[in-house]
Design a protein around this ligand. Structure first.
Ligand SMILES: Cc1ncc(C[n+]2csc(CCOP(=O)(O)OP(=O)(O)O)c2C)c(N)n1
Ligand SMILES: [Mg+2]
Length: 377
């Protein structure tokens, strides 16, 4: 059976109907009004939002290419999720703290972290760390959902330090995926954040898949409905609409910083690429599903809006493309000058003080590695 053939699939497709969500910008680039949410951007701010979406996508594509060329161990692409990440990332105020998964390169960019940092991490060299306190952005977390507990504990601390209750208050956002909602950690985080009224925003990027597992294997109810069972508000936003993602996140963060407790945002989006570079999505999802989501592309719709409103024209779009290209070239050059990671370094940083078992494993591995050295392999 050919790849992409619907009959090969074991789950039902999600062709339609479109779920109800907060939307401010249609896929065609038309502004729609919403009774509770709006944005008030200047033309310059709209252009800068577009700039960030394009740059983030280009850097991500370059990282995928670098992995394919053997420069990175693995890469988790954000393709298709740029609006959810840039919209929510730009809604953060300087004092707010974010806890990411392994896919939040767009939020990392919004926090002002050098975009080479995650590439360093995925190359396996130990230079790829940023100071979470300096940038108010935690380390990437591979253990699914664990960061929601870290975030909730941090947010409870913010509350105990008396940093909520005013415009200067601090709010905390935790990013996670649809698959993560099935983890015990996430559900525990919901409970703790709720009963301690922590200044938390749970930002779930529902990209429809947890690797190959489709959404219907995680839930029988819309994910945002889960919030009510834990006693806090939840809403669904069009995750491919950068304006809506910005507006709902800004409001949720402001509510949290003013002492109104946690909330859950489900950003309804789609993972346009593979789960990671180790995955082949044509084995578990159909081509027509991907095509249907291409029509809802987050960048195309903002570009259409800017064009229709005469906020930007061809010269601007070309200049942004050129800036993105230059940034990608710079990223590539910097990766290519990085040292090769030493495979033995995988034993470092496991425990702060080491262990006899680890020392023994390191020794065995070194002997194994030595058998290749000098053999031309
Ligand atoms: C505790 C734990 N279980 C399993 C895995 C393996 N794993 C890595 S990514 C992933 C799927 C996560 O899906 P989702 O939460 O929807 O996030 P997405 O990758 O779609 O952004 C799984 C199961 C893991 N990293 N950690
Ligand atoms: Mg997912």
């Amino acid at each position: 059976m050919a790849k992409g053939d619907a009959k090969a699939r074991t789950h039902t497709t999600r062709a339609a109907p479109e779920p109800a969500f907060v939307q401010l910008l249609t896929p065609e680039g038309d502004r729609v009004e919403h009774p509770d949410y709006t944005v008030d951007f200047t033309d310059e701010e709209y252009r800068s939002l577009y700039h960030d979406l394009v740059v983030v996508r280009k850097l991500d594509a370059e990282a995928t290419a670098l992995q394919r060329q053997g420069e990175l161990g693995i890469w988790a692409s954000l393709l298709g999720q740029e609006a959810a990440q840039v919209g929510s990332g730009r809604a953060l105020r300087t004092q707010d703290m974010a806890f990411p998964t392994y896919r939040e390169h767009g939020v990392l960019y919004c926090r002002g972290i050098d975009p080479i940092m995650p590439l360093r991490l995925f190359r396996g060299v130990d230079q790829g760390a940023w100071d979470p306190n300096e940038f108010k952005f935690g380390m990437y977390t591979i253990v699914i959902g664990a960061q929601t507990l870290h975030a909730t504990g941090y947010a409870m601390g913010v509350g105990k330090d008396g940093k909520v209750g005013s415009d200067d208050g601090e709010a905390v956002i935790a990013y996670f995926g649809d698959g993560a909602t099935s983890q015990g950690d996430v559900n525990e985080a919901f409970i703790w954040a709720s009963v301690f009224n922590a200044p938390m925003v749970f930002f779930c990027q529902n990209n429809q898949y947890a690797i190959s597992e489709p959404l219907e294997r995680q839930t029988r109810v819309p994910l945002y409905h889960r919030a009510s069972g834990f006693g806090f508000p939840g809403l669904r936003v069009d995750g491919n609409d950068v304006l809506a993602c910005y507006a709902v996140t800004r409001k949720a963060l402001d509510d949290a910083r003013h002492g109104q407790g946690p909330s859950l945002i489900e950003a309804y989006t789609y993972r346009m690429g593979a789960h990671t570079t180790s995955d082949d999505p044509t084995r578990y999802r159909i081509a027509s599903e991907v095509e249907a989501w291409q029509a809802k592309d987050p960048i195309k719709r903002l570009r259409a809006f800017l064009d229709k409103q005469a906020i930007a024209g061809d010269d601007f779009f070309a200049a942004v493309d050129e800036e993105a290209r230059v940034a990608a070239v710079d990223l590539r050059e910097r990766v290519l000058t990085m040292p090769d990671p030493d495979p033995r370094s995988l034993f470092d940083h496991v425990y702060p003080h080491g262990s006899p078992e680890l020392d023994q494993q390191r020794e065995q591995f070194s002997t194994y590695m030595a058998s290749f050295e000098g053999s031309g392999h």
